[in-house]
Design a protein around this ligand. Structure first.
Ligand SMILES: [Ca+2]
Ligand SMILES: [Ca+2]
Length: 288
């Protein structure tokens, strides 16, 4: 059998009706349905229905509060996580910016060093080019000068032998054909634009011996006994005295002038009286 209940009577809402479900075999099954059970005023009563609504509302509120609490906890957790991640991200960004700035600074320094090296290289290259050019010019000048010297020597060797002069290692030499005192011999050389020979090297000593004559050379100690000087005023340093020479100081023999005596030996010099007569050799040094 179908049962209808006026909802206006149960809940206070006029005009609404609720169609009851089929009761079936027993009326007790009707009240097993909570919805109908809460609407059954005759069996439960109005006070019991309100209390049930209050409990349900309380449960719903509690659930809602719990959900809100969970939601809040979730939001706080998310906020904390976001804040922490944001802080770490900012720190990493700051580190990356610092690294970028350092790299940029190093790049600038490297660029500056590179520019300086390039500038130094260019300067060195310019210096090298300048020195290279100077070396080329110097070699050219030296070659020209050598050629001029050779030409001059050739002319001298061709010209002076006709007048009794011999060229050797930058000087011209004149061998006399007569004999005079040391002083007269020196005067003759000076009249020829020269002076008695000054022997500066072993080669020149060997050259002078080649003429195989007893020759006055430009060496004397007339000013101070025992202090031998060349005719240009320089002191004797390297000498080629014969054994036991000079010996003019013995018994005051006044042997104050030097000659080539034993020309067969390298050590061929002898001191002897300046007033004896001998051949002589003049030397004219050519300008370098
Ligand atoms: Ca000389
Ligand atoms: Ca002597």
């Amino acid at each position: 059998m179908d049962v209808y209940v006026n909802e206006e009577e149960l809940s206070g809402y006029p005009g609404k009706r609720i169609k009851r479900m089929s009761l079936g075999k027993s009326s007790e099954s009707i009240y097993d349905n909570p919805m109908i059970h809460s609407l059954e005023p005759d069996r439960i009563g109005p006070a019991r229905s309100v209390a049930g609504d209050v409990r349900k509302g309380s449960r719903r509120a509690a659930v809602v509060c719990l959900l809100c609490l969970l939601l809040m906890i979730g939001l706080i957790t998310l906020s904390c996580l976001f804040s922490k991640g944001n802080t770490e991200w900012k720190m990493k960004m700051a580190q990356l910016q610092t690294s970028y700035k350092n790299l940029t600074k190093e790049q600038d320094q490297l660029q500056t060093s590179y520019n300086n090296l390039v500038e130094e290289r260019d300067q060195l290259q310019s210096s090298y080019n300048f020195l290279n050019e100077a070396q080329v010019q110097l070699h050219k000048g030296a070659a020209d000068m050598t050629k001029k010297i050779q030409d001059l020597q050739t002319k001298l060797q061709e010209h002076y032998p006709q007048h009794g002069w011999t060229y050797f290692s930058g000087s011209l030499y004149y061998i006399s054909s007569t004999e005079k005192t040391w002083e007269e011999s020196r005067l003759d050389c000076q009249q020829r634009g020269a002076d008695l020979v000054i022997i500066n090297s072993k080669e020149e000593q060997d050259f002078v011996r080649r003429f195989q004559k007893l020759l006055w050379i430009g060496l004397t100690d007339r000013e101070t006994e025992g202090t031998w000087k060349w005719v240009d005023g320089t002191l004797l340093t390297t000498s080629y005295w014969a054994p036991r020479e000079p010996n003019g100081h013995i018994f005051h023999r006044h042997e104050d002038c030097a000659e080539i005596q034993n020309y067969k030996a390298e050590k061929s010099w002898n001191d002897i009286s300046c007033y004896g007569k001998k051949f002589w050799i003049c030397e004219k040094t050519l300008p370098p």
